[in-house]
Design a protein. Structure first.
Lengths: 220, 111
């Protein structure tokens, strides 16, 4: 018998997920279930030039900025559609000036996410209370979620903050759509691109914009 | 007397058959077989295992087993010599999906 040979088709089975199961066993980490997708919200302030859209110039003294969606550069508030739950699972931040971050739900102030001195680098992985499930467990209506950051220091502020969140369908249809609307960092033009897009020239001003994509993420 | 395990694992593309083998690490007896069929095989993926010219599972020549999402344990008593070829033949009759099947042999004997 040859080492490799042809086998006639007897039917059509189902995909073999044994590799994915093994992956989860040897390197535990975040794994998304069906109907769950990730959101990465935050902002970076830096004097360094970068094509990444979520990298903004340093924040002036006393000024406030809204977080942006790292996949699109669209500023918050984020609208969580009816039928979906939003739950933050990790946040990290570090800035060169004192700062305060404020969260808003439905346009109303709900909590200070952090008010800290300059120079700290913090990571929190238990931010589940930042979930629409405690406001509307069945996702019976859409909601808006907003986070701002204010520079409380005496000089312009550099640094970065991010919030990882899971958006989950209450039902069966995945949240992810075929396209996303992105915003140009340089001229604010908005247009639709495929979900997987990470690098694209603005059709209005021609500048290169870079984003991230979480479209195909299934687990670490 | 010592115990050794030999694991034969093969990934079969759609409509692909393969024969893989490893040498026995011991002279003694094969006492246990644990074939594994992942979910999705849907009885479309054939497997047979043996050593040299002997078919062990199934014991009849040119016959195969095909299961789905199953890892049965078979107790056997088959003499084998060190260096003798232990083989697995797999045939994927699924016309669309690749599948990875395996069989673990437990051997008791001397080196």
């Amino acid at each position: 018998m040859a080492e490799t040979f042809v086998v006639p088709t007897k039917g059509i089975g189902k995909p073999d997920y044994s590799q994915e199961v093994a992956l989860g066993q040897v390197r535990p980490g975040l794994t998304l279930k069906y109907g769950q997708t990730l959101k990465l919200l935050g902002i970076t302030f830096s004097a360094l030039w970068s094509p990444f859209a979520f990298v903004k110039p340093p924040l002036g003294i006393g000024l406030t900025a809204h977080f942006v969606d790292w996949e699109t550069n669209l500023a918050l508030p984020l609208t969580i559609p009816k039928g979906y739950l939003y739950t933050a699972i990790e946040t990290r931040h570090s800035f060169t000036q004192d700062f305060t971050m404020m969260a808003y739900f439905e346009g109303f102030f709900v909590s200070y996410l952090a008010t800290k001195a300059a120079g700290r680098a913090d990571v929190f992985d238990e931010v589940a209370p930042l979930s629409t499930s405690i406001m509307d467990p069945l996702a019976l209506s859409s909601h808006t979620y907003d986070v701002t950051i204010k520079n409380l220091g005496g000089a312009v502020m550099e640094g970065s903050v991010s919030i990882f969140a899971v958006v989950q369908k209450v039902g069966s249809e995945p949240f992810r759509k075929e396209t996303k609307t992105v915003k140009c960092k340089f001229c604010d033009h908005e247009w639709d691109v495929p979900q997987e897009t990470t690098s694209v020239n603005c059709p209005n001003c021609g500048q290169l914009n870079m984003y991230i994509t979480l479209a195909n993420f299934r687990g670490f | 007397m010592v115990t050794r395990d030999v694991n034969l694992r093969v990934t079969l593309l759609a409509n692909q058959g393969r024969r893989i083998s490893k040498p026995s690490p011991l002279t003694g007896r094969i006492v246990q077989l644990i074939p594994h069929f992942p979910g999705g095989c849907n009885q479309l993926v054939d497997m047979a295992v043996g050593h040299r010219d002997t078919w062990i599972l199934p014991h009849q020549v040119d016959t195969f087993i095909a299961l789905n999402d199953a890892t049965p344990v078979f107790t056997i008593d088959e003499p084998i010599e060190k260096g003798e070829e232990i083989w697995l033949i797999g045939g994927n009759g699924d016309g669309a999906n690749p599948h990875s099947i395996s069989c673990a042999f437990t051997i008791i004997g001397v080196e």
